[in-house]
Ligand binder design. Structure first.
Ligand code: SF4
Length: 473
């Protein structure tokens, strides 16, 4: 038995005693901020909590334990957490036995950690991104000792410890789909990005561990898998095993036949190889969707961002991808208002957007992150100017996204319905929501027994950010 499994049992015994005393099961709230990797870590945290005997709650005022999995990629994510912690001050005054735990990227970031320690003393345990595995032990110590515990490692633990945490695969948001980490951290240094400082340098999981997890997930009824990494294209397990090789194995490994669709996120244009394009073209399981962050269309700004590609490189790459897979759907990330961005630079971004015909985009206003090179750069763009550009970007993007969706009307797409859409449902007729192979959201009329099963859907209409349809029985 591992040390942490021992502490899971210890906390479980405490919870059993508590339940006997209070007549109710102790409840835990897990609140996640930020990206899919954080959401995936939270699923593992929920697995550990259920092993400890905690029930689930979404309300902080009924929680015996509240865990906040934090994000610091943009300022507003941090402000959201401070707001939540403010609310907890009053609850904690009433309920001294409640425990509050913080983990995730914010705790790994110097300035934010200082503020948390100084201004939020009612937080009981703070751990970082490198030692989530030690949650059971730190919680147990907090429950017993009742003093604040702060444990922030400055570097990741070894692969064995990382795998111990990865093995916690019980709780998933959806029974039929799962995320799988293939790597951690990032080897790039985009000048605006805090990730390498809080998630560390790039390290790839072994293909054997990834395939073992996939076989377990397949046996557990999973039909769709999202392979996760900050930059999956630079996956490198040594022995010449790169991302394209891993994808091929993921598609062909015996024992994963049950898994019908493979997705991956996030790609980096400078590392997207011809081998990857060839595997995507060859393997029908791989969703015909690529999320390819552009960030800016200006080569001058891309250089200041340290993205290591030019406007021409990006456009040439998407031409190559489209030549190999004409039906591919491309989505992207764009930052507006990066320090030094001029009107001319912004026009270059609009130019790429018009030529790339994205079917979706995450658009962001530049957010200054303490400790990143861009934070100290000259030419910080005034918020009003950046806000105006942001609106002009949407004015160009949205009609293009709508036009891409309109092309789907009359076609039949394969959709994996995830949930009932209450808004679109009417008495006796359900509206289900899911994603098509090209990652577009589809709301469609169908019986709820389609939930979790790939369903052919005839597309009958669309809006900017989703398609409408009906199941083709
Ligand atoms: S590739 Fe760049 S933006 Fe993405 S996580 Fe790494 S440093 Fe950040």
């Amino acid at each position: 038995m591992s040390t942490q499994d021992y502490y899971i049992q210890q906390v479980q015994s405490l919870n059993e005693r508590r339940a006997a005393e209070t007549g109710r099961q102790p409840l835990a709230l897990v609140k996640t901020f930020g990206c899919q990797m954080n959401a995936h870590d939270s699923e593992k945290i929920e697995t550990i909590l259920s092993q400890m005997g905690y029930g689930k709650t979404d309300a902080a005022d009924s929680a015996d334990l509240a865990i906040y999995n934090t994000c610091c990629v943009r300022e507003n994510a941090e402000n959201h957490l401070y707001g939540n912690l403010g609310l907890l001050t009053h609850i904690k005054k009433e309920r001294r036995d409640m425990r509050i735990i913080l983990c995730g990227c914010m705790t790994q970031q110097g300035a934010a950690l200082e503020k948390l320690l100084r201004s939020y003393r009612h937080v009981d345990v703070i751990l970082g991104t490198y030692n989530l595995r030690r949650l059971p032990e730190l919680l147990y110590n907090s429950l017993i000792a009742g003093r604040q515990i702060v444990e922030i490692r400055q570097s990741p633990e070894g692969p064995e410890q990382a795998e111990e945490f990865e093995s916690k695969t019980g709780c998933r948001h959806f029974a039929f789909k799962a995320s799988v980490n293939i790597m951690y951290g990032c080897g790039n240094n985009c000048s605006y990005c805090i990730v390498p400082y809080v998630r560390g340098r790039e390290r790839s999981r072994s293909p054997e561990n990834i395939l073992t997890e996939l076989r377990l997930l397949a046996a557990d009824g999973v039909k769709e898998v999202m392979l996760l990494g900050q930059n999956v294209n630079s996956y490198d397990a040594g022995a010449q095993i790169r991302f394209a090789d891993l994808l091929e194995r993921v598609c062909e490994t015996p024992g994963t036949e049950q898994i019908e669709r493979i997705r991956f996120m996030t790609s980096h244009p400078k590392d997207l190889s011809g081998a990857l394009i060839a595997v995507m073209r060859r393997q029908p399981k791989i969703a015909r969707h690529l999320h390819l962050p552009l960030q800016s269309g200006s080569t001058r700004v891309l250089t200041r961002m340290n993205r290591k590609y030019t406007q021409e490189d990006y456009l040439r790459l998407i031409d190559r991808i489209r030549e190999a897979m004409p039906d591919i759907t491309l989505t992207t990330d764009i930052i507006v208002g990066f320090p030094g961005e001029t009107e001319e630079d912004f026009d270059a971004t609009l130019d790429v957007v018009r030529r790339a015909r994205f079917a979706g985009a995450f658009t962001f206003l530049y957010s200054k992150r303490p400790g990143t090179p861009a934070a100290d750069m000259d030419g910080q763009v005034p918020p009003a100017e950046a806000g105006d550009r942001f609106q002009r970007l949407l004015a160009v993007l949205n009609p293009m996204i709508l036009a891409e969706n309109e092309k789907r009307i009359g076609t039949i797409l394969r959709v994996l319905p995830e949930e009932i859409n209450a808004q679109g449902s009417r008495p006796g007729e359900n509206c289900l929501t899911g994603r098509a192979d090209n990652n577009t959201i589809v709301h469609f009329r169908a019986d709820k027994n389609h939930l979790g099963s790939f369903t052919p859907v005839k597309i009958t209409g669309c809006k900017t950010y989703y398609l409408l349809g009906e199941a083709v029985d």
